[in-house]
Design a protein around this ligand. Structure first.
Ligand SMILES: Cc1cc2nc3c(=O)[nH]c(=O)nc-3n(C[C@H](O)[C@H](O)[C@H](O)COP(=O)(O)O)c2cc1C
Length: 253
């Protein structure tokens, strides 16, 4: 029988309910699990045209962050954001797609500062709660019961139980489409002292949240993949690799 990692018991796949929303845990397979691209060569039945929305529903797992701000009166607010990315390494910068209607957007523009936190798997219910209501005129953090701890460089607090926190200053807001893209420069970073705490992700449409694990026996690391490709090139005659009628330029790739 195939060896299973410790977390891969029946409980790891269970779907539980938190405030009417589903929270799930998915397995994340390494590239080795879908490395059979060569067998689909030339087939026309492997991809069907669909709507953009339908194709985007296949994007999971997707990361989610919690954006923490503080208003002029000293009250902190929190908002989950799934549209996020690292956009610069030096200087370090993060990007957040934040709807104009979000109170967080208003606070980022007025204060020029915010914290980006990676929520842990244990924070799933809090993430859904934070994303269900606007923070204007209420103490969302206290209502949800998320613990905070002071930041070093910005007024917004860190989330104590997060996997990591990044203190950011606003550097730009871009508008390439219908969602403002907030770019923040990272001023300071913090990690949870418990290195075993795992990050929460969006694992399905409709904000289904859960943990993601790598199945070690399915992982192919970049170096191993290169070696495998080199082995295939050596083992097969060039014509087989490129297909009949292809030029040597194609064979080289
Ligand atoms: C998992 C999850 C991901 C979300 N991602 C985004 C996002 O990327 N951008 C956005 O504008 N809203 C997103 N939302 C919705 C906001 O979090 C929601 O509108 C929130 O109530 C705004 O809070 P605020 O008005 O207190 O800032 C997400 C919600 C959830 C639950």
């Amino acid at each position: 029988m195939e060896a299973q990692p410790r977390w891969a018991g029946p409980g790891a796949y269970g779907i539980v309910t938190a405030r009417g929303r589903r929270l799930g845990i998915v397995r994340c397979h390494g590239v080795g699990a879908s490395e059979d691209g060569a067998s689909a060569q030339g087939r026309t039945d492997v991809q069907r045209k669909t709507t953009i929305a339908t194709a985007l529903r296949r994007r999971f797992p997707e990361q989610v962050v919690l954006v923490v701000t503080r208003d002029a009166g000293g009250r902190a607010n929190v908002m989950p954001v799934a549209w996020t990315s690292i956009v610069s390494g030096d200087p370090p910068m993060l990007l957040l797609g934040i709807d104009e209607a979000a109170y967080t957007y208003e606070l980022i523009r007025s204060t020029g500062a915010f914290v980006v936190a990676y929520p842990s798997e244990q924070m799933g219910a809090a993430v859904l709660q934070a994303g269900a209501v606007h923070g204007r005129g209420r103490d969302k953090l206290a209502e949800i019961g998320l613990a905070t701890t002071p930041a070093r460089r910005v007024a917004a607090p860190l989330l104590a139980d997060a996997v990591a926190n990044f203190e950011c200053e606003l550097v730009d807001i871009l508008r390439p489409g219908d969602c403002p893209l907030v770019v923040g420069r990272v001023l300071a970073a913090h990690v949870n002292t418990d290195s075993t705490v795992q990050r929460l992700c969006v694992v399905g449409a409709g904000h289904v949240l859960g943990g993601v694990r790598v199945l070690e026996d399915t992982v192919i690391r970049p170096e191993a993949a290169r070696q495998r490709a080199a082995g295939l090139r050596r083992a097969r005659p060039a014509g087989m690799l490129a297909g009949k009628g292809r030029t040597s330029r194609h064979e080289a790739h």
